[in-house]
Design a protein around this ligand. Structure first.
Ligand code: B1M
Length: 213
């Protein structure tokens, strides 16, 4: 449980791209023995959401967005490092990346960290990733699940391309697929034929465990 004051300060630190303050809040929160993910979901994610709203309404320009994103990356690294780890007897293998044309990777980074913390073996192949690369990597590491993230409406179509390319290669039954990202919905997942949709990092752990059985 994060107190109101800390939530307000965390949101402000991201909006003001105040790196020192954001790091101070994160360290204090973690050192007090709290679950690091709480400050992320209750403070920093709403903070970057506010930045995105301001950008979308033309109240903030790209340099401001970039600076807030940089602070977000720093605190995400601290939060991810502090996640407690679980061991699984037979861990599932997941290949994950952000689709071609999209460089947003903060949310994917949180998903990756939480999956690893829950004992899954995760191959993070980065951002701006070609559809072919997802398939190549999944075959190479004998993945159970391929996960694609996208934040742009203009790049969502690459999640559909993956389904098509898997079918074309005769590999659709070999892997389960999961899609996520701010513009993605369960309806979109069903429409393109993905096996699952996850709303956030916690949901991705639940859904991937269900997929792996
Ligand atoms: Co950009 N951006 N951005 N941006 N950016 C958005 C997405 C936007 C909505 C802002 C806006 O206009 N209001 C808008 C997209 C509009 C649209 O497509 N409809 C936008 C735009 C337009 C752009 C540029 C085109 C701007 C420009 O250059 N003119 C450009 C695109 C560059 C490109 O990709 N080719 C751009 C660039 C950037 C930065 C580089 C400055 C930076 C990204 C830095 C980085 O990621 N390394 C950035 C940021 C930070 C944002 C916003 C503000 C925040 C995104 C974020 O990190 N959210 C965003 C506005 C917003 O989302 N409100 C915006 C926090 C993160 C924890 O949430 O990523 O949703 P999210 O991840 C969640 C869930 O979605 C889910 O779990 C995560 C954790 O809870 N999830 C998954 C995500 N992936 C998953 C995968 C799964 C399962 C769950 O399974 C596989």
């Amino acid at each position: 449980m994060v107190d109101e004051q800390t939530i307000k300060e965390a949101i402000k630190a991201i909006v003001d791209h105040d790196e020192a303050k954001a790091i101070e809040i994160t360290k204090k929160f973690i050192e007090a023995g709290n679950n690091s993910l709480e400050i992320m979901t209750e403070g920093f994610i709403p903070g970057i959401g506010e930045v995105g709203d301001q950008f979308g309404r033309g109240l903030l320009f790209l340099p401001g967005l970039v600076q807030s994103a940089d602070v977000m990356k720093k605190v995400t690294a601290l939060v991810n490092e502090a996640l407690p780890e679980k061991q699984l007897e037979k861990p599932g293998v997941v290949v994950i990346g952000t689709v071609k044309g999209d460089i947003h990777d903060i949310g994917k980074g949180i998903v990756v960290a939480l999956l690893r913390a829950n004992g899954l073996v995760v191959h993070d192949i980065g951002r701006d990733v070609d559809t072919e690369k997802f398939i190549e990597e999944a075959v190479k590491v004998e993945a159970d699940v391929i996960g694609t993230s996208t934040l742009l409406t203009t790049t969502m179509g690459h999640q559909k391309d993956l389904e098509k390319e898997l079918k074309k290669a005769g590999l659709r039954d070999k892997f389960k697929t999961i899609v996520g990202g701010a513009p993605v919905t369960g309806r979109w997942a069903a429409k393109i034929g993905a096996d699952a949709y996850a709303e956030d990092a916690q949901d991705s752990v639940v859904k991937i465990k269900e997929l792996i059985g």
